[in-house]
Design a binder for this molecule. Structure first.
Ligand code: GSH
Length: 212
């Protein structure tokens, strides 16, 4: 049994979606990041960085943090949501690194400055909205002529990028001009595992976006 410590946030929803898509048994322990519950000594014993998501696997005794490390752990354990046999490992790794080092931080700062920051800083809002648009262009290109990032079937790369896109769409960030990206978002949102995973990790209403 997998215990998932999470909250209804972009990184938090990824793991519930993956567990649903992999048909794995799990239970959710909600950790309220806005109430500082990630910063307690008990939580930092699970993840010294004080961030959700984290999983514990009662079968192996493993505790794993960092959402993409968790996705890889679950995919390797279940044999599901991996690219087709024969795909070089680096094809998957590069997408997971791109998500963790580019999309996550840029979308995260965009949301922070445009919705959550205590000060209105137009330059920061503009900067991260521009960065977000560059990533949308990149995704639109990667998805040309394919249903999912690695071909015809869903992989953990899609799940990883979709966590942030689920929220970006709610804030109206994804332009209709990015047709491949919009179609992929719709395809993802309609999946049973995505619907169930999102429902397992309820989200707070998002504040309105500030003008750049
Ligand atoms: N690189 C990490 C990022 C995790 C992360 O930033 N989690 C956020 C929620 S999406 C969090 O726990 N924030 C609470 C805090 O910073 O106190 C991952 O992919 O798991």
């Amino acid at each position: 049994m997998i215990t998932l410590y999470t909250h209804g946030t972009p990184n938090g929803v990824k793991i519930a979606i993956a567990l649903e898509e992999m048909h794995m048994d799990y239970k959710v322990k909600l950790v309220d990041i806005f109430a500082g519950e990630t910063l307690t000594p008990e939580f930092k014993a699970l993840n010294p960085a004080g961030k959700i998501p984290v999983i514990q696997d009662s079968e192996t005794g493993a505790t794993v943090y960092e959402s993409n490390a968790i996705l890889l752990y679950l995919a390797n354990k279940s044999g599901k949501l991996l690219p087709p046999e024969g795909t070089p490992q680096h094809d998957l790794d590069q997408l997971l690194y791109l998500q963790a080092s580019l999309q996550g931080p840029m979308f995260g700062q965009r949301a922070h400055f445009a919705m959550f920051g205590p000060e209105h800083v137009p330059y920061a809002i503009r900067r991260y909205e521009e960065q977000g648009a560059i990533i949308d262009d990149l995704m639109n290109g990667l998805l040309a002529g394919r249903d999912y990032l690695m071909g015809d079937a869903l992989t953990i790369a899609d799940v990883s990028f979709y966590g942030w896109y689920a929220f970006a769409r709610r804030s109206d960030y994804v332009s209709a001009d990015h047709k491949n990206l919009v179609a992929w978002c719709d395809r993802m949102a309609a999946r049973d595992g995505v619907i169930k995973g999102m429902a397992a990790t309820p989200t707070n209403p998002l504040p309105d976006r500030r003008a750049a």
